[in-house]
Design a binder for this molecule. Structure first.
Ligand SMILES: Cc1cc2nc3c(=O)[nH]c(=O)nc-3n(C[C@H](O)[C@H](O)[C@H](O)COP(=O)(O)O)c2cc1C
Length: 406
């Protein structure tokens, strides 16, 4: 199944490391070449000899070669970044997650994480005590890695090494193996492979004066997840984003803008050549008609700001597109509103609308999950459950693929 594929397996120092020789065996059995990169802590939990034997390669830990090193060993980290078709990190400790999220690279695992070529799939399998996993620092690092395009596997619930029962167990090697083979399914199998995709994401900022603006709560997470997933499917992706605090997903070309007008100006030159436009940005509908230079002083008891309509970027694309170009939009409402989404689909002649409700907790802006209802141009309705945004993005792109001409 993985014949000819090369896998970097990063192992960090969690108790679940004892399961990794079995993962190596599964990978080898399916025909993959495996290079194990174990942290020094990992080797306290699993034997180096076992890993070297089952992978048929020495295990790499430190970055500095020995005195007797061959010439090619000095730049081995770079060669491995090119050699690998995928990188699995299992188990990923809280410590390793933090190091990967911040770009530290003082051992072979973290160094190769940086040399891995853009667009190559990364599967991270965190495993730790449930309280550690839920801590804000770990969650922040996971969000950073997710936004970079890494696929994260949720830890499972069950009995833990601590003797307690709860969330934190590493999934079994068979489950990890299955997830990896799914990610490595030939990109040619995706209708998006080789296609050009433009995604807009995030909020826009509409200037009131030199220090103030109108905006909304969009975090950009949904659009970034879509861009990351499309790139993994082999698409060439341009991501035009308003101000967000997210790293660029690997393999994605990013253009930063502030206002709706700037977003249109950045996206418009890409319209002609793209096969698919996905408007996931929360573009402000209105902007102040006459933004003031400098800061407005508080002289009056009341003030009025006259607003004018912003350009409708998605409609602009949809009405001027060529035959075969697909247009996908989002409709976010605070309650109900599916009829509005249907109207948007029809009025703008879109191919698909992803309708979601903003409830301020689990779905819509800022949070990491979303519950989408996909309305297709042929009347098809697919109600997706509440999913991590990466998963929701994948399901959205599955639906888009079925509409793309092969
Ligand atoms: C017995 C024991 C078990 C541990 N299990 C875990 C674990 O499951 N997950 C985790 O994130 N850290 C765990 N730790 C803490 C890590 O080993 C520690 O943070 C270490 O610095 C990780 O280094 P590394 O990320 O470079 O491998 C454990 C520590 C001990 C002593």
């Amino acid at each position: 199944m993985l014949t000819g594929r090369n896998i970097l397996l990063g192992i960090s120092g969690g108790i679940a490391a004892y399961k990794t020789p079995q993962l190596v065996r599964l990978l080898k059995k399916s025909g993959a070449g495996v290079q194990v990169l174990a942290t020094a802590s990992a080797l306290k939990f699993v034997s180096e000899l076992s890993l070297a034997t089952v992978s048929n390669h020495p295990v790499l830990t430190g970055i500095f070669p020995s005195h007797e090193a061959r010439e090619d060993e000095y730049t081995r980290h770079i060669a491995l970044g090119e050699w690998a078709d995928a990188f699995v990190i299992a188990p990923a400790t809280a410590n390793t997650l933090a190091r990967l999220a911040t770009g530290l690279c003082d051992d072979m695992l973290s160094l190769c994480f940086l040399t891995l070529r853009p667009g190559k799939p990364v599967l991270i399998v965190p495993a730790m005590d449930g309280h550690m996993y839920d801590s804000p620092s770990v969650q922040r690092n996971l969000a950073t890695l997710r936004a970079q395009g890494c696929r994260l596997m949720e830890p499972e619930s069950g009995s833990l090494a601590s003797g307690q029962c709860g969330l934190g167990r590493m999934p079994e090697p068979e489950t990890i193996f299955e997830a990896l083979t799914g990610m490595l399914a030939a990109p040619e199998a995706s209708a998006l492979c080789g296609k050009s995709v433009v995604v807009t994401a995030g909020p826009t900022r509409e200037k009131i004066d030199g220090v103030r603006f109108l905006s909304n709560y969009s975090s950009g997470k949904m659009g970034f997840a879509i861009a990351a997933n499309a790139a993994r499917r082999g698409a060439r992706v341009h991501l035009v984003t308003g101000p967000v605090n997210l790293p660029t997903p690997s393999g994605v070309e990013r253009i930063d803008v502030e206002s709706a007008v700037e977003m249109l100006e950045a996206a418009q030159p890409l319209f002609g050549e793209c096969d698919l436009f996905i408007g996931a940005a929360a573009v402000a509908d209105y902007r102040p008609e006459a933004p003031v230079e400098g800061k407005i002083k508080k002289n009056e008891a009341e003030m009025e700001i006259r607003l004018v309509r912003n350009p409708d970027i998605l409609a602009e694309f949809a009405t001027n597109r060529k035959l075969g170009q697909l247009a996908v939009g989002f409709a976010l409402e605070t309650a109900g509103g599916i009829d509005y989404a249907r109207k948007k689909l029809a009025d703008k002649k879109l191919d698909l609308v992803a309708f979601n409700v903003y409830d301020g907790r689990t779905s819509g802006f800022e949070v990491d999950t979303n519950a989408l209802t996909l309305l297709a141009r042929d009347g098809g309705v697919t109600e997706l459950p509440l999913l991590p945004k990466e998963e929701a993005a994948a399901r959205l792109l599955d639906a888009v693929e079925s509409l793309l001409p092969r």
